[in-house]
Design a protein around this ligand. Structure first.
Ligand code: GLU
Length: 555
């Protein structure tokens, strides 16, 4: 058959040539070794940890090498389109410190390789479908869904591989005239790749292809033998075809994507071969896993079961972006934690991220570990910055408390810095929602008595507090202040040192710790807190006296 004639029959409206597109989207001029990466999300409005994880790899690879990281919206499946999804993607990633250099934007796009919405690139895909037709490497397929169903049933009964290949690729053998008649009759058709793969033999006997994966090393897989659809009946490409065309013409050097794409890699390899395009380096990232709380087994993170899969979860809880980045690096690169231990104060971007150090066996995600990393990260963030972070977070997620972080910066910064000086700083702060909870007793409207009084001192509460108020001098230094607590303890029959009490419990009602816990509860409502003296210095004399007084009266 004359394939050129067939190509004209199928794509009469396509007048541009491959050369036109090569000229329109020339090779990028970048420093040697510069990597070009992309994120290709579908606009479903749901952006998850896996997207961030992949985007982080893309961003590091590009920006560490002086390359380009761009955003391409893979919207060929319009059923999944959600209004505003692009803004959500851009805003969520920007929040976590990930910025694109070009690509889809809130209003249109920026860059010379656009449009960056696949739905607007129809002619380009059709031009290359036409090219494949001309080469005899693709063909129109008129199988209806019922016919495909019948084929599948037959294959199942014969225990054969499912799909359209070999003898099941019934449209492969149609003549030009037959095709022309079907088209004239208005029959709908798709364009399929004419795969070279050996079709009749079982997969284990198929020829194997070898591919170097940037993360996984050499992969050996059975070659593709399926006549996959490349253009759907409405002229829109499938993922496979759009990926190959776009990554070529957007000049992507490294395709970072989830391991769920590994099974279709042989299709992509064949498509790169048939189009004659150079293959990018594929980097298939590990799936994000977690330990299931119930079974104790490793499993994939699930949208339905795990709220922490959604990036909104971290925004809502108020995780600091620096903590999330820090944590992602710990699961992305096995040598990161060691580097951080050696460079506690270095900027995270000084770490040399490498794909070779990535795990390929499933990255284990663990919220407790994130919390630990977050504690260490927040200790390094100055109080002023934390205050503005708390302000931004509260404006969005807890507006009723935002004024606290705005009105009296000095007060807030002292609170946030509480116990954070010295060689062994306290690591109490984890994420905004928890931080507010942790410091809420500093705000009268949120101050409440949460814990029980110590059993040993219950009957002396009023007495302890009266003595305390009588001897209280706001200017006392820490040791003067503690001297007074000891004196009160001794006066009322408590051991001045816990160890004396332990030795001879029968001699005392309790020890100095019980006395200070009574004061803690009166001041903070809690039995555990950072240093009381320091807290009083922040609360100020009036508030301190008022709280003691009030509690003494209630009691
Ligand atoms: N649209 C694809 C997805 O959301 C992108 C995969 C890729 O990066 O190539 O899974």
């Amino acid at each position: 058959m004359d394939y050129n004639q067939l190509a004209e029959l199928l794509f009469p409206h396509i007048t541009k040539t491959p050369e036109d597109y090569e000229a329109l989207y020339p090779k990028r001029i970048l420093p040697p070794g510069a990597k070009v990466t992309r994120l290709g999300p579908s606009p479903t409005g749901f952006i998850h940890l896996g997207n961030l994880y992949g985007a982080f790899v893309d961003e590091r690879l590009a920006h560490q090498s002086g390359g380009i990281f761009y955003l391409r919206i893979e919207d060929t499946d319009d059923k999944r389109y959600v209004e505003g999804a692009v803004d959500i993607i851009i805003d969520s990633l920007r929040f976590f410190g990930i910025q694109f250099d070009e690509g889809a934007a809130k209003n249109g796009f920026s860059g010379n390789y656009g449009p960056y919405f696949q739905s607007e690139r129809g002619e380009l895909y059709q031009c290359f479908a036409k090219e494949l037709i001309k080469k005899g490497a693709a063909y129109p397929c008129f199988l209806t869904s019922e016919e495909i169903e019948t084929i599948r049933t037959k294959q199942e009964a014969n225990k054969e591989n499912p799909g359209i290949y070999g003898k099941y690729a019934l449209s492969r053998t149609l003549s030009y005239e037959e095709i022309e008649t079907k088209i004239k009759d208005g029959q709908s058709y798709v364009i399929r790749l004419k795969s070279d793969g050996a079709s009749e033999i079982p997969p284990e006997e198929m020829r194997h292809i070898e591919i170097e994966d940037g993360i996984r090393g050499t992969l050996s897989m059975p070659e593709n033998n399926q006549d996959v659809v490349i253009l759907k009946a409405n002229g829109i490409p499938t993922y496979h075809f759009a990926h190959v065309i776009d990554d070529h013409f957007m000049r992507t050097t490294h395709v970072v994507r989830g391991a769920e794409w590994l099974p279709s890699l042989p299709i992509h390899v064949e498509l790169f071969e048939k189009t004659g395009f150079e293959m990018p380096v594929f980097c298939h990232t590990a799936q994000l896993m977690k330990i299931d709380e119930e079974s104790g087994q490793k499993r994939k993170l699930s949208k339905r079961k795990d709220p922490e899969l959604s990036l909104d979860y971290y925004r809502n809880e108020g995780y600091h972006p620096a903590a999330v980045r820090e944590y992602l690096l710990t699961i992305l690169n096995s040598n990161y934690e060691e580097w951080r231990a050696e460079h506690p104060l270095a900027d995270i971007d000084e770490f040399e991220f490498s794909i070779e150090k990535m795990s390929n066996s499933g990255a284990l995600f663990d919220l407790n570990k994130l919390n630990d990393v977050s504690k260490d990260t927040l200790v390094r963030i100055p109080a002023g910055e934390l205050r503005s972070f708390m302000l931004d977070w509260s404006k969005e997620f807890k507006p009723e408390i935002a004024h606290y972080f705005e009105e009296n910066p000095a007060y807030i910064e002292k609170i946030l810095d509480l116990g954070r000086g010295g060689d062994k700083p306290r690591k109490d702060l984890i994420y905004a929602r928890q931080i507010f909870e942790f410091i809420s007793y500093f705000f009268d409207d949120y101050f409440r008595i949460e814990d029980d009084l110590p059993e040993n001192a219950k009957s002396d509460v009023a007495e302890i507090l009266r003595e305390y108020l009588a001897s209280y001098r706001h200017d006392d230094d820490q040791s003067e202040w503690f001297g007074k607590i000891r004196a009160i303890a001794e006066k009322l029959g408590y051991a001045a040192k816990p160890k004396d009490f332990k030795k001879n419990p029968e001699l005392y009602k309790g020890h100095v710790g019980d006395v200070s816990t009574v004061i803690r509860i009166a001041l903070m409502g809690r039995a555990q807190s950072p240093d009381i003296w320091e807290i009083q210095q922040i609360l100020g004399e009036d508030r301190t006296r008022r709280r003691i007084q009030k509690f003494a009266e209630i009691d």
